[in-house]
Design a protein around this ligand. Structure first.
Ligand SMILES: [Zn+2]
Length: 244
């Protein structure tokens, strides 16, 4: 093999490795490489924000809301536009109960994240859906899979949306391990200023979320026993939840 060809091959391998690293970096919950991607607040106060992605998904979102009401805890729901169209009264209840409604895309479709024009459509469509249901325009956006490509961050900035990351309450919560495991993991991962991520749906497909629902009451009890109080993501980060 000629030296030239060897050099070309080595370069190709290097470029592929770089591309793979960049790709993976775009999904890391705490990566700030492509721009600011807040995953919590810097504070010594024992304060924590519960957040729920991929809803509304009935009857689970309503059950969660019942639990949160019972404990008098406010949380942040990053909802999918298409799901909100399916369960608009549930989305309204989130807002009417004093929780915060954030945007989690319109369709939660991976292919929409690959091209910039589709991304714009996802943002515009979902913001229109949330406004038509609640009269509010969310100012918080959590990207599906926490995928924060540079062009997505630019789009969000253009729409005055604050991107929000967090800490997954349990690495496998999406496939529903036992509630006690979810609670244990979330307690272990909580620090002052943590934003915990749970799922009351699964992408835009719904699905059973019994374990997540069952984990929340005991989690609130245990974190309160540790001296924590609960807040919403906007309050924790000191920013607005909605466009004025
Ligand atoms: Zn999601």
């Amino acid at each position: 093999m000629s030296r030239l060809r060897e050099a070309a091959q080595a370069t190709a391998v290097g470029v592929s490795a770089l591309a793979a690293a960049a790709y993976l970096t775009a999904f890391r919950p705490r990566s700030q490489v492509f721009g600011s991607f807040p995953y919590g607040a810097k504070t010594e106060e024992r304060v924590v924000a519960l957040s729920f992605d991929d809803g509304p998904n009935e009857p689970y979102t309503s059950r969660l809301l019942d639990t949160l009401d019972k404990y008098d805890v406010k949380a942040t729901f990053f909802q999918v536009g298409r799901c909100a169209q399916r369960f608009p009264s549930c989305t309204r209840r989130v807002v009417q109960s004093g929780h915060v409604l954030g945007n989690h895309s319109y369709s939660h479709s991976f292919s929409s994240y690959l091209k910039q024009p589709r991304q714009e459509i996802e943002i515009n469509l979902s913001q229109d859906v949330f406004y038509s249901i609640t009269g509010l325009t969310p100012a918080l956006y959590r990207p599906p899979w926490l995928c924060h490509w540079p062009w997505l961050l630019r789009s969000l900035q253009h729409h005055d949306l604050q991107v929000v990351s967090g800490t997954f309450a349990h690495p496998l919560e999406i496939i529903q391990p036992a509630a006690a495991k979810l609670t244990d993991s979330a307690v272990k991962l909580t620090r002052p200023g943590t934003i915990l991520i749970f799922h009351d749906g699964q992408e835009a497909r719904g699905g059973p979320r019994e374990q997540t629902v069952a984990a929340i009451g005991p989690l609130i009890d245990r974190l309160r026993d540790c001296g924590y109080r609960f807040t919403t993501v906007d309050q924790l980060l000191g920013i607005s939840a909605y466009a004025s």
